[in-house]
Design a protein around this ligand. Sequence first.
Ligand SMILES: Cc1cc2nc3c(=O)[nH]c(=O)nc-3n(C[C@H](O)[C@H](O)[C@H](O)COP(=O)(O)O)c2cc1C
Length: 298
Amino acid sequence: MRLRNPLVLAAGILGTGAQLLARVAENGAGMVTTKSCGPSPREGHPNPTVLDWGHGLINAVGLANPGVDEGVKIIARAKEILEPLGLPLAASIFAETVKGFAQVARKIADAQPDFIELNISCPNVSHEFGRPFACDAGDAARVTGAVKEVTSIPIIVKLSPNVTDIALIARSVEQAGADAIAAINTLGPGMIIDIYSGQPVLANRVGGVSGPAIRPVAVRCVYDIYEAVEIPIIGIGGVGDGRDALEMVMAGATAVGVGSAVRYGGLEVFQTILEEMRAFMVEEGHTNLNQLRGIAHR
Ligand SMILES: Cc1cc2nc3c(=O)[nH]c(=O)nc-3n(C[C@H](O)[C@H](O)[C@H](O)COP(=O)(O)O)c2cc1C
């Protein structure tokens, strides 16, 4: 699959409706990912769910989504708009069980997304769901294998930074049939306390950390995964400008996810990042991104 440019809208950011996804596409993304969709409607956590704490975001949206039956309709509508533009769409899904992942994947496949992304790494629901599947190589492989059995649509597996050896997990999902890896989901969970009330700010008390503060962790994760697997990596985490995106590519990313930066820079952020990447490449005499991919490993 060829992308018109390497920037991908990360899951959970503006990916809730077909029109919103189309706006992101118009503003320059090379591919878009939908908000994660599960087996049935979920309200998510009560407000406040997202906080800008100065060096990034902390969120506990709690996988709010309309459920897979409605999700299929949203993806089908988005596909109608994006297909003529030649813009691929990844449908992000989650479930509480391995079987649940396969069931949601089978239904979502009806809408013919270009990829199905397995969100096995959300840190905000562990009190409900237990330890994320992405925290164990065997669990991560079982989910990947179960989804591969029910669909021929290429699978992206989204990994968690909250593990001691992300390369091990990456290798295990590759062996189970993953077609690509997205890394990373949010870091943590973390906590921000309001010192006047003496209470955590998020109603859920804890949430996943994203944005600039997590970028060095994300770059290191992509670097480790690149050493371990052959499949492409979508590098995500704290990318806000062209320099950050190039860092991801140099660590080994084939494509680069942009999430929290949309909160800081608006939808223009995609064009800005692309222009900054191009300017660097012209200045340094590079004609193709492939020349830069993984060069940090040399
Ligand atoms: C408000 C918010 C909601 C998110 N929702 C999802 C989601 O539904 N599914 C998912 O896989 N990741 C979700 N993420 C994680 C992002 O896709 C991304 O992996 C993470 O934020 C790191 O990238 P960033 O620093 O560019 O935001 C969410 C992140 C934020 C900030």
